[in-house]
Design a protein around this ligand. Structure first.
Ligand code: ADP
Ligand code: MG
Length: 299
């Protein structure tokens, strides 16, 4: 419809003469976004449709520019519905962003770890020589994980303070952003807290939750004091289930895998190399070892 703006002018002049509120409608019709909408849809819009749609056009302009909007977080949008100019509200970019942030936060469960780890971003981590391979393996994991959630995880070993926990936090946040659930657990605190759950009916549930989460990250494994029970009936059960279901599992440790095996052999009351070897088999199945070197960043 070539003459759409002539028609608009007609409507404006007619209404402006009659009553004052109509001046507002006229103004709304001259809004650049409204004009653009009318131009884009000129083949579908008739004079009658504009006349009938004036209220919606007015509301569109009014709500878009109104900081005290009746619908905070939503942006108005005009569209053609059959023979009418209709109005709908879409979530604003800011609202979508805020919702995404919140989902990410809810997807990552930090257990006995500082909340600041929520803020660690993989892309911000430095790529100094001692960390390159780990970051490469993490990127590789993520690439595979997008296609198939059943991926082998990583075992980051290295001295205290080289940044293992930090790197895994970057990974955890990335996975959370993919709308997957991650549990990031500080093993020593978890194991020492187990005693208080020994008679507690919630323990099997806690174990199941760790066994079934999309991605499990066990931080600082090897720094805990194990009993036969916590080794075989807690840690062993969790790792066995994750192995059976090929669920991604990550570890950080000050020990390399060989040292961790020795650690697993020594519980409070016994030395048990066979049980240790069996547990280590699960760790090896679940994760590939990568050694991280570098300065102690805590000092
Ligand atoms: P690890 O788990 O190997 O003992 P962390 O990941 O806890 O080491 O890192 C030790 C400290 O160094 C952390 O408190 C963190 O603030 C800092 N840190 C680690 N990696 C980085 C990094 N890439 N950039 C900046 N600070 C870092
Ligand atoms: Mg650590």
């Amino acid at each position: 419809m070539q003459e759409i703006f002539k028609i608009i002018d007609e409507i404006i002049s007619k209404r402006q003469l009659k009553e004052n509120p109509k001046a507002l409608l006229a103004q709304a019709l001259q809004d650049p976004e409204v004009q653009q909408f009318l131009r884009q849809n000129q083949n579908k819009i008739s004079k009658e449709m504009i006349a009938d749609g004036l209220t919606n056009i007015y509301l569109f302009v009014n709500q878009r520019h109104n900081s005290h909007s009746a619908t905070p977080g939503y942006q108005p949008e005009l569209y053609i519905s059959g023979k009418t100019i209709a109005l709908r509200f879409k979530k604003s970019q800011e609202k979508l962003q805020a919702e995404k942030k919140k989902r990410e936060l809810n997807n990552l469960h930090l257990i006995d770890l500082p909340a600041k780890l929520h803020g660690v971003k993989l892309q911000d981590l430095d790529k100094s020589a001692g960390r390159k391979q780990a970051l490469f393996e993490i990127a590789n994991f993520l690439k595979g994980f997008v296609q198939n959630p059943h991926q082998k995880g990583l075992y980051l070993s290295g001295d205290f303070g080289v940044g293992k926990t930090y790197m895994l936090a970057g990974l955890a946040n990335r996975i959370a952003a993919m709308d997957k659930e991650v549990i990031f657990l500080h093993v020593p605190t978890f194991i020492s807290g187990l005693a208080s759950h020994f008679d507690d009916h919630s323990l099997p549930q806690r174990i199941t939750r760790l066994a079934e989460t999309d991605v499990l990250i066990l931080d600082d494994i090897g720094a805990e004091t194990l009993s036969q029970w916590s080794r075989d009936d807690v840690l062993g059960v969790i790792l066995q289930q994750r192995m059976d279901n090929v669920l991604p599992t990550f570890f950080s440790s000050n020990f390399d895998m060989a040292k961790l095996q020795q650690h697993f052999a020594q519980t409070k009351n016994a030395i048990d190399p066979v049980k240790a070897a069996r547990l280590m088999q699960r760790v090896r199945f679940l994760a590939k070892e990568v050694v991280i070197s570098g300065p102690n960043r805590r000092s």
